[in-house]
Design a protein around this ligand. Structure first.
Ligand SMILES: [Zn+2]
Length: 361
């Protein structure tokens, strides 16, 4: 029986992992499972799964990465399973290998949380921790929205603080304060950590092991929850030649936050410690591009409220209905809608074509 694209989309983490493992075996990919030190909410073992296709010493390496933010795993996993099962990864160009990294943040995935087991946003954790960490003055202004025991006591009130800040300082300032990353408050929002977390170590080791012989590495990092519904925005943190290469193959409309922040500092914000920085640092001998494919779901106010409520549940122990909140966290990152899923799948096949073209350059 030939699988339909809808079937690539699993109902939960354990189903997604099982599907990924079966797809790897069927595709003849060498696969391993890297156990996470902590269990899932039901006591179950957690792991990041890894598979590789193509010649051992390939000079071109494509990396397909899923689950940097836990609730986004099911979307990225569907892209990985589909690309394996559909045969899209069969018959790779010469001298090209593919590394699939499934659920790099398994704790966050199992617990339905964006962050890792230590409240770290993995996509802000790829810092040089030997160097001084950057400050985020804007976040200092809004941290009271995320701190139990103060003037704010739940996610709704927290949103009120953020909207006040937006009225006074504008939306770009709010987004920078909220999303650029902060390295001071370990119990705060957008916390980047003070050392590399398990997922960071694991990904870095995988890249050093599998990318050592590569001259050109391109990663597709699948995310969801930001942007127009069903649209897969390509985002690149690079500037200069790497950004130009990405735009030649993924289109001139690839979003480039750091380039934009350099050109218009008040309008856009850069992100610190992004996964792209981890790839560049782990692979010093290679040309490296990381393209985030960000699949949009619902408008920012709804999705942000879910993230804030989730923070308050776990940091402050406050939620009206934890079960309903868990469903909302899943819904805002993984709509139960066959058309949204079909759009994700078709965009994944397009992104693969663009990635392989970029690697051939
Ligand atoms: Zn994400």
């Amino acid at each position: 029986m030939i699988a339909t694209p809808e079937s690539y989309f699993s109902v939960d983490f354990s189903a997604a992992t099982a599907r990924f493992r079966v797809a790897c075996r069927a595709a003849g990919a060498a696969a391993t499972s890297l156990p996470h030190p902590l269990p899932g909410p039901g006591g179950e073992a957690l792991a990041t799964d890894v598979a590789r296709l193509g010649p051992a010493g390939a000079s071109r390496l494509l990396v397909l990465l899923s689950g940097v933010h836990g609730p986004e795993l099911l979307c990225g996993s569907a892209c990985q399973a589909g690309l394996l099962e559909s045969g899209a990864l069969a018959g790779l160009p010469a001298d090209t290998a593919v590394l699939l990294v499934h659920a790099i943040n398994p704790w966050g995935t199992a617990h339905g949380r964006r962050v890792t087991e230590d409240n770290i946003d993995l996509c802000r954790n790829f810092m040089d921790f030997d160097a001084p960490l950057p400050g985020n003055d804007g976040y200092e202004d809004i941290h009271r929205a995320f701190a139990p025991g103060g003037e704010v006591s739940n996610g709704q009130e927290a949103m009120g603080v953020l909207l006040d800040y937006q009225r006074q300082r504008g939306l770009p300032a709010l987004m920078a304060a909220l999303m650029a990353g902060q390295y001071v408050h370990a119990d705060g929002f957008s916390y980047g950590g003070r050392e590399a977390t398990w997922s960071n170590h694991t990904l870095t080791q995988l890249l050093q092991e599998h990318g050592a012989g590569a001259k050109h590495v391109l990663a597709l990092d699948f995310h969801s929850g930001l942007g127009p519904y069903g649209y897969g925005t390509a985002v690149a943190m690079h500037t200069g030649a790497a950004l130009e290469r990405v735009r030649r193959h993924f289109g001139g409309w690839v979003e480039a936050p750091r380039q934009a922040a350099a050109e218009s500092p008040g309008e856009f914000y850069g992100v610190e410690g992004h996964c792209a920085d981890g790839f560049v640092r782990a692979l010093p001998q290679a040309e490296v591009e990381l393209v985030t494919i960000e699949f949009g779901t619902y408008p920012v106010p709804r999705n942000l409220q879910a993230l804030i409520d989730d923070h308050w549940l776990h940091i402050g122990g406050v939620a009206d209905d934890p079960q309903q909140l868990a469903q909302e966290m899943l819904a805002t990152h993984y709509p139960d809608d066959p058309e949204w899923r079909y759009a994700v799948w078709t965009r994944a096949t397009q992104a693969l074509r663009q990635a392989l073209a970029c690697l051939r350059e």
